[in-house]
Design a protein around this ligand. Structure first.
Ligand code: NDP
Length: 604
């Protein structure tokens, strides 16, 4: 492994900046993406399930959960554990699963170790069959959670909530759905996912493409044949093009390479791709686990990314490798370098190792050069795969590197880069999801709180919350996201903490007869200030990064800064919530406050 003493640190820094600059010079922020509603709304159709006819419902419930992914399932489970069973869970999909319902592309798998990624393993008595699970097993686990906690009876599938309005007189949220339902709920939990709505690049000519095309989150197996784990025989005589080499592209390119007559990969920025080294679950290890092991393992993993740097690294995989190195260097810091300097050097070494990995696998020199990532590991989602780079050694695979510029043009039957036409029969968009658009656009619903204020308007100038989950003028409404909350690469860990916290508040309100709960303006303002202050270091880090959804597509704007996670880290955030609950006074929340009632009178 290369040591930092062998590296020219200034040269690497300069190369990183140059790579970032060539990307930012040609593509600007979210404007480079299309709103799928403008001519591509078929992309949101569900290819996996029918929406069976059913009469519209008119119901009153204690809690309406919007979203049936891990967030919705965990909320349902935690509420049920807290003795609250009067709930409905609405989801646009025809089953539980959320992101795992939609993302069934070939090769889809979890990148985080399944033993910490699958929620509620001990509660449901399940053990994943391998260390990094395929999507079908994750979906099956979602169904298992639904069955275990009796959530199927509370589910409204193939149902999109289109509007949520606060009825101040009744102190209820009134939900309207695309199935004509009306649901009045005392509390609502919005857990619609951070990467929910597919997005398309606004490439000139995109609408003129006359071949077959789809987005990876709506995989068209009717066209490709096969399945997520089998050869797609429908592609045997097809020239397939794929745009995008993020975490999704990296996973679906190997199976596409094995199935297509020819595969052309259009790359703008290469991902970092480390070894996967998957393995079957060792039954002896599984049998040796003691009660509470999953929580302990989740906490240990999340703590690796914080200042705590626990001495033991229970997961010990590619996610935590950089921090293992950092821990060793801190313990043996003979040059007296700062933690930031040590981190930068460990990061440079890691990326040098990953670039060397590309060179050792990819035979074509030009392709190998183009596939080398020149940015800091955590600028983009780190990827892990043992077949991705190898795919470029196949005769039927061509890499078209756009040198940071992106695809130039799309015609009726070809993709154009640097004036060269690449004819394709099928074009697959692995181009990611809306992140920075309005809440209404990303979630497909309008949320209007006190006095008719919409959530999109309230957050138009940037997010404003208490603990990332309450926002003033939206009483009894909880939003689940990592923005202004704790952020762990293991998303389900934070969901578990947040949903437990929400269940605590709902139970408290129910037990005490509290009708409305919303943050005070002061508490919310203080929390936003804290987020901005503590997020400054990450903002500076982001400024040096190549563009992507992590850094607001390179804009690194004030609005995006307000969506940062709690800067002291996820463990500190979890402890903060714990201390808040233990204090028992619901600090910062206005209980049965005048704010909601006063607005109601105004509105009347
Ligand atoms: P991303 O947003 O990460 O990637 C989109 C890709 O499309 C990028 O490679 C981007 O290039 C490329 N792109 C966009 N516009 C153009 C254009 N005009 N020309 C050429 N290329 C273009 O989306 P993904 O779906 O890959 O991943 C989203 C997230 O989903 C991940 O970051 C991860 O959090 C999650 N995920 C998790 C997995 C797991 O294992 N748990 C697996 C898969 C996804 P550029 O980089 O230059 O912007």
């Amino acid at each position: 492994m290369t040591k930092s003493t062998d590296l020219d640190l200034d040269a690497i820094r300069a190369r990183y900046r140059a790579e970032r600059d060539r990307r930012t010079a040609t593509t600007a922020g979210e404007r480079q993406y299309l709103d799928v509603d403008q001519g591509f709304s078929h992309l949101l159709d569900d290819p996996y399930g029918e929406a069976p006819p059913r009469p519209a419902i008119d119901r009153e419930v204690e809690v309406l959960i919007v979203g049936g992914g891990f967030g919705g399932l965990l909320t349902g489970a935690r509420l049920s554990e807290a003795g609250i069973d009067d709930m409905l869970i609405a989801d646009a999909g025809s089953d539980f699963g959320g992101t795992w319902y939609w993302n069934r592309y070939p090769g889809a798998a979890c990148d985080i170790e399944s033993y910490i990624y699958f929620p509620l393993l001990e509660e449901t008595g399940y053990m994943p069959v391998e260390r990094y699970s395929k999507s079908a097993e994750i979906r099956a686990h979602c169904r298992r959670i639904g069955e275990h906690f009796g959530l199927y009876e509370k589910a409204l599938f193939s149902t999109q909530v289109v509007a949520l309005d606060w009825d101040a007189a009744a102190a209820r949220w009134i939900a309207r759905t695309n199935r004509g339902d009306r649901i009045a709920a005392r509390f609502t939990v919005l857990t619609t996912g951070p990467l929910n709505r597919p997005k398309l690049p606004d490439i000139p000519g995109i609408a003129s493409f006359a071949g077959h095309s789809f987005h990876t989150s709506r995989w068209d197996y009717a066209y490709t044949g096969g399945s997520a784990t089998e050869v797609m025989e429908g592609l045997a005589d097809k020239r397939v093009g794929i745009i995008g080499t993020g975490a999704t592209g990296v996973q679906c390119i190997p199976p596409l390479a094995k199935s297509a007559q020819h595969l052309t990969v259009f790359q703008r920025t290469p991902s970092s791709v480390d070894v996967r080294n998957n393995s079957a679950t060792d039954p002896d290890w599984a049998a040796s686990l003691h009660p509470g092991w999953q929580q302990e393992r989740m906490e240990n993993f999340t703590a690796q990314f914080t200042r705590e740097l626990p001495a033991t690294d229970l997961v010990g995989d590619g996610w935590t490798a950089l921090f293992r190195t950092l821990r060793e260097r801190l313990a043996n810091n003979v040059d007296g370098l700062s933690a930031a300097e040590l981190f930068e050097r460990a990061d440079f070494e890691k990326m040098e190792e990953l670039r060397a990995r590309v060179a050792s696998i990819v035979e074509d020199e030009a392709a190998a050069e183009a596939l080398k990532p020149w940015f800091s590991l955590y600028c983009k989602r780190p990827c892990f795969h043992d077949e991705f780079l190898q795919s470029f050694n196949r005769d039927n695979v061509t890499l078209v590197d756009t040198a940071g510029r992106g695809v130039e043009r799309i015609t009726a039957d070809a993709i154009v880069v640097a004036g060269v036409e690449y004819p394709v029969d099928c074009l697959i968009f692995a181009t990611g999801f809306d992140v920075a658009t309005s809440y209404a656009q990303r979630s497909g619903m309008t949320v209007r709180g006190v006095g008719g204020l919409s959530l999109s308007d309230k957050w138009g100038g940037g997010l404003s919350t208490l603990h990332g989950m309450h926002t003033r003028s939206f009483p009894n409404c909880f939003v689940i996201s990592q923005a202004q909350a704790g952020m762990s690469p293991n998303f389900p860990h934070m969901l578990s903490e947040q949903t437990g916290h929400i269940a605590h508040i709902v139970r408290h309100c129910t037990a005490q007869g509290i009708q409305t709960v919303e943050p005070t303006a002061e508490a919310e303002g203080n929390w936003v200030d804290t987020i901005l202050k503590l997020g400054e270091a990450r903002r500076q880090f982001n400024a040096d990064c190549t563009p992507g959804y992590y850094n607001d597509e390179g804009r690194n704007s004030d609005v995006a800064a307000r969506s940062s996670a709690f800067g002291t880290g996820p463990v500190a955030f979890i402890k903060l919530l714990q201390a808040w609950r233990e204090a028992g006074d619901l600090a910062g929340l206005e209980l049965d406050g005048d704010h909601a009632r006063a607005k109601m009178e105004n509105a009347a």
